[in-house]
Ligand binder design. Structure first.
Ligand SMILES: Nc1ncnc2c1ncn2[C@@H]1O[C@H](COP(=O)(O)OP(=O)(O)OP(=O)(O)O)[C@@H](O)[C@H]1O
Length: 266
């Protein structure tokens, strides 16, 4: 059943600044509130600051400004409390450790439980198996992570993030190692879970067409600053692509969605 969505539970980013030493990477970024159930894709060229922004939202990198989830001031929370609301899936694949997929997913849930829901050992295992099944690697549940391919490990990593059922899910290039079938499967699953549970999803993607097809909103960043933010057809324009990626593109919207043809570099 779809949860009632409320502005009160929105994720708000206001004047967020972060970087490395004196190097400002994200500069006073303010975005429209992200609403429960929304899938927001973060796009932009290499070094635009996407990963740094995601890590700051995850509480893993120091930032100034404000990040609030409903009434909760996320930037002021200790990491353990922060992790009760927000789950981050990094770009790097899980190590080739000798844990099975099931053990790794259970471990992710036990390491940092979401607030207010103590689960029995049986319930934890059931939930882990359900998520592993839903990402499409049920047949690998008892396989060691050290025996998996890169794409399979990326799916295991996604299962580790999803099993926690966070209010905010941050995914850094979650489909970069996946074949076409699994790219589509993951995008469908993430959007369905957002709709079902009211989870806010913010993900970094490089594929414009996939982002346009599966996101409610596109946030286009360049050099740590906001270029456009809106529904895909408004945010992805030929002009924006020329400005941000230095490419000539044709962009056309019709009933099937957004058609993007990249013609040349500029
Ligand atoms: N650990 C670090 N120490 C110093 N500078 C860093 C570090 N990590 C990233 N940077 C710098 O911050 C800037 C933004 O990097 P970031 O990884 O956030 O970009 P990105 O948009 O995620 O890029 P990509 O699409 O290539 O993954 C870059 O100039 C990068 O060199």
């Amino acid at each position: 059943m779809t949860k009632m969505l409320s502005h009160g539970d929105a994720l708000r980013i206001e004047g967020l600044t972060t970087g490395y030493g004196g190097h400002v990477v994200v500069d006073a970024l303010t975005l429209a509130p992200m609403l429960p159930g929304q899938v927001v894709s973060l796009l932009g060229p290499n070094a635009a600051g996407k990963t740094t922004l995601l890590r700051a939202l995850a509480g893993l990198h120091h930032a100034s400004g404000a990040v609030r989830l409903g009434e909760v001031d996320l930037l002021s929370l200790p990491l353990a409390d922060h992790a009760r609301h927000v789950t981050y899936m990094p770009q790097s694949l899980p190590q080739r450790v000798a844990l099975t997929v099931l053990e790794a997913v259970i471990g992710a849930l036990k390491a940092s439980p979401i607030a207010g829901e103590p689960l029995s050992g049986h319930a934890i295992t059931e939930r882990a198996l359900d998520v592993i099944e839903r990402v499409g690697i049920g047949h690998l549940a008892m396989e060691g992570l050290n025996h998996l391919s890169g794409g399979q490990r990326q799916l295991a990593s996604l299962a580790q993030a999803l099993v926690r059922q966070p209010r905010v899910l941050l995914l850094d290039e979650p489909i970069s190692a996946l074949d076409l079938h699994y790219q589509l499967r993951v995008m469908k699953l993430v959007r369905a879970l957002a709709r079902e549970s009211g989870m806010i999803v913010v993900m970094v993607l490089h594929d414009l067409s996939i982002a346009a097809r599966w996101s409610d909103r596109i946030v286009l960043l360049s050099q740590g600053r906001l270029v456009t933010d809106g529904p895909p057809a408004e945010a992805i324009t030929a002009q924006a692509l020329a400005d941000v990626y230095r490419v000539a593109a044709r962009v056309r919207a019709d009933a099937d969605g957004l058609h993007i043809v990249i013609e040349d570099t500029l």
